[in-house]
Design a protein around this ligand. Structure first.
Ligand code: DHB
Ligand code: FE
Length: 303
């Protein structure tokens, strides 16, 4: 039997795909938000900080990611100890700033991207990361302060925001390795979303700080500097650091740094470091900021 073969023309077309173009690590110190909101960011204390974050703001204004996927922790603002999720993702149309005791910050509401959020949630769950899915959630300083650091005080945030939260406040937290692997799964999820959009992924919190108890005020600059260097150039060397080491070396809240490992896992192993800045103290914390780009994206022109 002869089967008639219809002529099929295959047009080779580049598939539209979302891309993770950059990873940003930054502390999320609430005082920074309060000082920006109340126009108090000037004078001797803040001058080095303002100078230090200026190149990051310039880079952000030039790079213009369409979406900021912000890995952060809720500090008992949207959630409480009644219910603790290890990992969760927001899938809402928008996220209001949380009231953390002094009224909500006067910053823009974050506009979400529900289609991308749901795509990431599905991909992560099929990859065996059992995310909590959150339809409604106010976002606290853990998320809004990094936006203020990178964008200052715009009328509207110039990007869509996807919040991805990690429990770092109640033991047992996830391991650094689990966070790193979650980052890899996030990259796979984002880069299978069929729309030409650019995504910057943030890891927030850290570096060393302890807010309570006998060691309140602890800062360990030498440890943080070594950790940050390895985060950029040899993440394998730090992904398995134990919780007790973070506690001992970086204080009780220093463990927030595992969220930077989620960001790092979503990047190439070999990255281009664009910027690094540390300054101590900012409030109780050794402030850290790092920006890295995936090398393959460096030539990509922005419309
Ligand atoms: C500070 C830092 C934090 O990460 C936080 O969540 C709260 C306070 C501080 O340095 O004051
Ligand atoms: Fe914090």
């Amino acid at each position: 039997m002869v089967v008639a073969q219809s002529k099929v023309t295959v047009v080779k077309r580049r598939m539209a795909m979302a891309k993770i173009i950059a990873g940003i690590g930054t502390s999320h110190i609430p005082t920074v938000g309060a000082v920006i909101d109340n126009d108090l960011m000037h004078g001797e204390y803040w001058d080095p900080f303002i100078k230090g974050i200026a190149p990051a703001r310039e880079w952000m204004a030039k790079t213009k990611p369409d979406v900021c996927l912000i890995v952060y922790n809720d500090h008992a603002s949207a959630f409480s100890l009644k219910n603790i999720s290890t990992f969760g993702i927001g899938v809402a149309e928008s996220y209001e700033p949380a009231d953390e005791g002094y009224g909500p910050r006067q910053v823009p509401i974050c506009k979400g991207n529900p289609a991308l959020s749901w795509h990431i949630a599905e991909s992560l769950i099929l990859d065996e990361f059992d995310m909590t899915i959150t339809n409604e959630m106010p976002v606290d300083h853990g998320l809004t302060v990094p936006l203020s650091i990178m964008y200052n005080q715009p009328e509207e945030w110039p990007c869509q925001v996807i919040p991805l939260y990690v429990n770092v406040v109640q033991y047992p937290q996830p391991t650094g390795n689990r966070c790193y692997n979650l980052g890899k799964a996030i990259r796979k999820a984002v880069e299978s979303f069929p729309e030409d959009i650019t995504v910057a992924i943030f890891g927030t919190g850290g570096l060393s700080h302890q807010l309570q108890g006998e060691r309140a005020g602890l800062i360990n600059e030498a440890y943080d500097a070594d950790w940050l260097e390895k985060l950029v150039n040899n993440p394998m060397a730090i992904k398995d650091i134990s919780h007790t080491e973070y506690l001992r070396e970086t204080g009780s809240e220093g463990i927030e740094a595992i969220m930077w490992l989620v960001m790092r896992g979503a990047m190439d192993e070999d990255v281009k470091e664009v910027y690094r800045f540390t300054h101590t103290p900012v409030s109780n914390t050794n402030y850290g900021l790092v920006i890295m780009e995936n090398k393959e994206n460096n030539q990509k022109e922005k419309k």
